[in-house]
Structure formats: C-alpha cells, structure tokens
Design a protein around this ligand. Structure first.
Ligand SMILES: Nc1nc2c(ncn2[C@@H]2O[C@H](COP(=O)(O)OP(=O)(O)OP(=O)(O)O)[C@@H](O)[C@H]2O)c(=O)[nH]1
Ligand SMILES: [Mg+2]
Ligand SMILES: [Zn+2]
Length: 354
C-alpha cells in the first residue's frame, strides 16, 4: 500500500518537509490500545512505541499520537518494530474534554474527512446529544453526516418523525437511515465512502458501529455485542483502529462514548447552530449573547416560534459549559507554561554551575 492510498496528500507533504530527516520513515497510526501503537508504512503494519524523549516532552494527552495521525518513525534493529519520533501536524481532529474533572483535551482520532454521528432508532435517539456531537465534529474541521441505525425496529412513520425532529433543530447534515439486519441504507453509505479518504464512526455504545463495519466488509471480522445482551454501559469495542475497506476507503471504529464534554477553544459553537448564527446577524449589538439583550433577533425568533426553543436552550447550555471549561483550560495552560519556563531556567542555571 502506498502512502497516497493511505491518505497522504499534498497538505501533509508540505507539513512534513521541515520535520523530515533521511533516517526517518513516514507512517500512519492505525491502532491505539492503551499506550500501544500499530503503525502502517509502505511495507505494512508493524507495532511501534514512543521514544523516551517523546513521552517525556508530551505535556498533555493531546500531544500523544492518536489513530489517524501521520508520524515520523525510525526502525528499531530490523524493520518489524519502530520508534515514533514526531507527529506530523493534524489536518483535522476529533477531541473531547477528558472525562471527569480534568481540564484537558483527549484526542479520539485525527485526519478525518467525514465523521458519521451514529444514533440508533430507540431510546438512544436524542437531538440534543446530536448537537453536542456536531459541535465536536465541526470544531475539528470535519464534515459531519448522521446515521440512524436499527430502522428495522420501528415503523416508517416513526422514522420520518425522527428525521423531521433533526431538521426542525436546524441540522442540515446528510441523514442516512440504516438497518444492519435488512441491509437497507448500506448502499447509500457505500456511495459516501471514497478510496483514499478517512471516515470515522462515533456514537454511544451499542448503536451498531462495529456491526456496520462487519456489514461493509461482508464478514463478521470484528467483535460486536451479542444479540439480546443488555448490560448497558459495557463497551464492546475497546480499541480505536483504522480499517481499510475493499474499495480503498478507510474507516475508524471507536468505542462508544459515555461522556462528551464540550470545550470549544475559540468559541466556534455558533458555527454549529446555523440558524442561530444566521439570525444573530440582525441583533442590535455585535457581541449579543442572545439571552436578554434588547434588539436580539435570536430571542425574537424564539418568541415568534421560528426557532426551536429546545435547540436554543441547548445552544446556551453548550456555550456556557464550554466557556466554563475554556476559562479553566486557558488558566491551566498558562500555569503549565510558566512551570515549564521555570524548569528550563533552573536546568540552565544548574548546567552553568557545574
Ligand atoms: N435490530 C438491529 N440490531 C442491530 C443493528 N445494528 C446493530 N445491532 C445490534 O446492536 C448490538 C450492538 O452492536 P455493536 O456493533 O456491537 O455496537 P457498537 O456501536 O460497536 O458498540 P460499542 O463497541 O460498545 O461502542 C449488537 O447486538 C448488534 O447485533 C440494526 O441495524 N438493527
Ligand atoms: Mg463497537
Ligand atoms: Zn442576539
């Protein structure tokens, strides 16, 4: 497999030039499992490990390689094991706030062209959560599409209602209804999957992400949850990996996410609520927060019933959540940097005194 087929295009070439050294090889991270990596280069897939220097210098998990990353490696002894030296800049990424109290980003995957937000047509279906995922996808510079699975479990009019709910919230992404059982919708997905492009499946545990991959491969290659097993919250997929389909399209499977904290660093949440953004152009104040300002066009649209109330409230909620974390994040980065400078100057002093 050549690098181009793996998705290495002109953009990455430009961003590699300055980092490249003759003894290095270009590879892509194809699987990550608790600190262990599998990487693929022109010769095939091999295990890899971070150099000590790399692990030592990484200040946060964001700076560690994730599935989809392009990296520079060096062979260890033979060609069947590599050391990871550098990450080539990411063109796009999926990241969330680390679960719990940590104020840090956690990388999910990178260098993705299309992200499929997967929800199943049962109690998993939730437009507010969909909006949350959309923020994450658009922030990362990725095109979102929505897949509604398990359509075999509901009547067609219920499916139509669900689709209208998505539209009413102002979400204009492509929606693909799918049944892994009847096969309805798989052709539509196949048409979207392009050779040399990278796609990613994200969504709660148990919605059928891995089953879809098996459907596309035409064989039960990857482990899915046994039918009828309830045990909610148990994740079947545990590692993130990049799979190449028969037509050369790449697809990343991820474990279901229970918690999806939003931390938007440059306040791009507005971009995800297209209808609110469009209307805010008519607000009296340029910095209108759309909560109680006079002459707010967004509030007026909600009052007039032209803008969905629930979507508007979710917008405010996500914005507030994000601003809260963003503040702490900026503070933390400042402190980390100051500490880094302190260590650096101490080391220098010591060097001189030796
Ligand atoms: N009725 C029906 N069941 C499905 C469909 N797709 C998947 N399932 C079932 O849903 C269960 C969960 O599927 P998985 O593919 O393991 O779900 P997942 O999204 O990969 O879950 P995690 O790996 O835990 O994130 C399995 O028992 C599947 O057989 C579908 O279209 N219709
Ligand atoms: Mg899975
Ligand atoms: Zn306003």
């Amino acid at each position: 497999m050549n690098l181009k087929e793996l998705g290495f295009d002109g953009w990455f070439e430009n961003h590699t030039r300055e980092l490249f050294r003759p003894e290095m090889k270009i590879a892509r991270v194809t699987a990550v499992d608790r600190g262990r990596y599998m990487v693929t280069n022109e010769k095939g897939e091999i295990p890899a490990q971070l150099t000590g220097k790399f692990s030592y210098a990484a200040e946060s998990s964001e700076e560690l390689p994730c599935v989809g990353d392009w990296i520079l490696t060096q062979d260890f002894d033979s060609e069947d094991f590599a050391f990871i030296h550098k990450i080539i800049p990411r063109k796009s990424f999926l990241r969330r706030k680390s679960p719990g109290k940590d104020i840090e980003f956690q990388m999910i995957a990178s260098n993705i062209d299309i992200a499929f937000i997967v929800q199943s047509c049962d109690d998993n279906f939730n437009v507010r959560r969909m909006e949350r995922y959309l923020v994450m996808v658009k922030e990362g510079n990725i095109e979102p599409m929505i897949i509604l699975t398990k359509t075999d479990m509901i009547k067609i009019d219920i499916l139509e209602q669900m689709i209208s709910q998505v539209w009413n919230a102002g979400i204009s992404s492509k929606i693909i209804p799918l049944s892994n059982i009847s096969g309805d919708g798989t052709d539509q997905i196949r048409r979207v999957l392009k050779a040399g492009k990278t796609h990613c499946l994200i969504g709660s545990s148990g919605v059928g992400k891995t089953t879809l991959i098996n459907t596309l491969l035409g064989r039960p290659e990857y482990k899915t949850k046994p039918v009828g097993e309830t045990g909610k919250g148990k994740h079947t997929t545990v590692r993130r990996q990049l799979i190449t389909l028969g037509n050369g399209a790449m697809l990343i499977d991820t474990p279901g996410m229970r918690e999806l904290g939003i931390m938007s660093v440059d306040g791009r949440i507005d971009d995800c609520f297209a209808e609110i953004k469009r209307r805010s152009a008519k607000c009296r104040f340029d910095d209108c927060g759309h909560t109680n300002e006079p002459g707010c066009a967004v509030l007026k649209a909600v009052e007039d019933g032209e803008l969905e109330k629930e979507s508007y409230h979710n917008y405010l909620k996500l914005k507030k959540e994000s601003e809260f974390y963003e503040m702490s994040y900026t503070e933390k980065r400042k402190k980390d940097k100051a500490f880094g400078r302190f260590i650096h100057s101490e080391m220098k002093k010591r060097g001189k005194n030796r």
